[in-house]
Design a protein around this ligand. Sequence first.
Ligand code: F6R
Length: 642
Amino acid sequence: MARLNLLEETRFEKVPVSVYSDPTTASIAVAQRIADLIRSKQEKGEQAILGLATGATPVNVYAELVRLHKEEGLSFKNVITFNLDEYYPMQPDSEQSYVTFMNRNLFNHVDIERGNVHIPDGTLPMEEIHDYCLAYEQKITALGGLDLQVLGIGRTGHIGFNEPGSAPNSGTRLVTLDDLTRRDASRDFGGKENVPTKAITMGIGTIFKAREIILMAWNEKKAEIVKKAIEGEISSDVPATYLQLSENVEFVLDVDAASQLTRFDTPWLVKDCVWDRRTIKKAVVWLSHTLKKPVLKLTEDDYNNNGMAQLATEKGPVYHINIDIFNQLQHTITGWPGGKPNADDSQRPERREPSKKRSVIFSPHPDDDVISMGGTFIRLADQGHEVHVAYQTSGNTAVWDDDALRFVEFATDFVKSQGIDTQKLEALYKDARRFLVDKKPNQVDTPELLTVKGLIRKGEAIAGARFAGLPDENIHFQNLPFYDHGKYSKEQDYEDDIQQTMELLQRIKPHQIFAAGDFADPHGTHKVCFDIIHNAMKRLRETEAWTQDCWVWLYRGAWHEFEIHEIEMAVPLSPQEVLRKRHAIFKHQSQKDVPVFPGDDAREFWVRAEERTRETARLYDGLGMAEYEAIEAFVRWKFEEE
Ligand code: F6R
């Protein structure tokens, strides 16, 4: 049995959970615990036996340990480490190996004895693996067991590489990776097909024996699996749920990874709430979805039986609450994303004045505009606004090599057909072919190939924007420098990107900005692109009067829509508009069928876009709103509320 949980608020949580404001603060706290353990062992003249994980999650923990070593004299001389896992097969010096990862992030920067480092060996012949795994396990036991094991969690619920189906008493062994895990790793390997199908991993039983287990998870992408691991039934479908059986485990989360836990997501089920506007809307929308009843049909009993009695008493009668929420939802819907001229705008998402607005759609990659808000884009242009689109990056990593070759061949043949000398082009083509023969997965292309790939995407973006109704002079290619720097160095400075964005905005002086508001992946291009716009606007707001009348609307990228209670503008699309949007997306031929970076979703971009907008329409319908074919959703970013 796990420790007793005496708090009502955490009644659904079956393991101890600590929640921090952000991953950095959480990582520093975990590093401090590791450092305390190492030091207390040093004082006793003992060794600290650590179980370590790789992946994005522990990177800042290791960075903090390195800092503690360099700045505060923390020594690793008495530390023995065992890593959880390694891909199989895998050469230790390969870019993607966990040996490389650990050296880069920790071991190269501290004074650990190399003989004290253990990482499963990905080079063994198959027939030796069994004995090797047994010996790995025995070595840990012989040293007295792990003092502390740090873990991340995969979106399959794996810990180590113990994928769904793993047994609670499993030991170190060779396993087959889940398809989702391989997809998540595909960016590191330059395509899923390059991700090994197997790995050697410590077992759940091995992990379990550690005297202390800390499982860390950051960001919204982990929220769903974290909820299952903490609140769900113990099941081999989610191997991390086995940790509920341990006395020695703690989950360390940031607020985003914790956001789906009951106490944060539906707090009315576990405690008294402060019923502000946002919470009321969220709760009523939740109640309507949970009971599959339109908002106006929810009764006092429905409220009382679902943790919302306090709301009914404080703000009731419920009929009034229902009407209020119904009206709020209704007022988010508009076919006039640039405002409706000559109409009362007191209950509309956008202002009626000026009736012809200048709108800038920022698109992180060349196709986000049409994928994420193609219907709204077309509407704005149709309704006579001065619409501009700004493609923030070239997207030149996401074009297949053979497509690039095909375009160079085309260029050469065309130039030749016009009787112009093609010597240079032919030389370039030969170099490119030679380079591609030996190109390693994820290797950065030559500058010429990057140019060709960028131009392919530029042509597609122009076709898409023209199709949406824009004149050429309103199509802007920013080619923000951070995107190319990122390929060569981790050190980033966004000053040039911000300056360039300020200049563009100052030239257009928009009344509306549309920007991709995906914040789940802090290193992702979308987040960086938003931060650049945000910084540019913040600076302009200090001196430029027009910025006070400029509203910023956020749209979401391909993977995740806003929640219904968050949506402030819902633009419905007719079946014909859905089709027009689809054709705009089709202009991005290099991304069709199988894109280079499909992410963690096997569907084509246009399918994702349609399914997502249809789902939003379905959810609105379920609340008792009018039934639409599809809805594109937006949330307003308010500088005043920062
Ligand atoms: C890594 C490991 C995995 C990761 C998990 C989360 O050694 O065993 O279980 O902890 O896949 O990965 P990130 O941290 O990259 O999200």
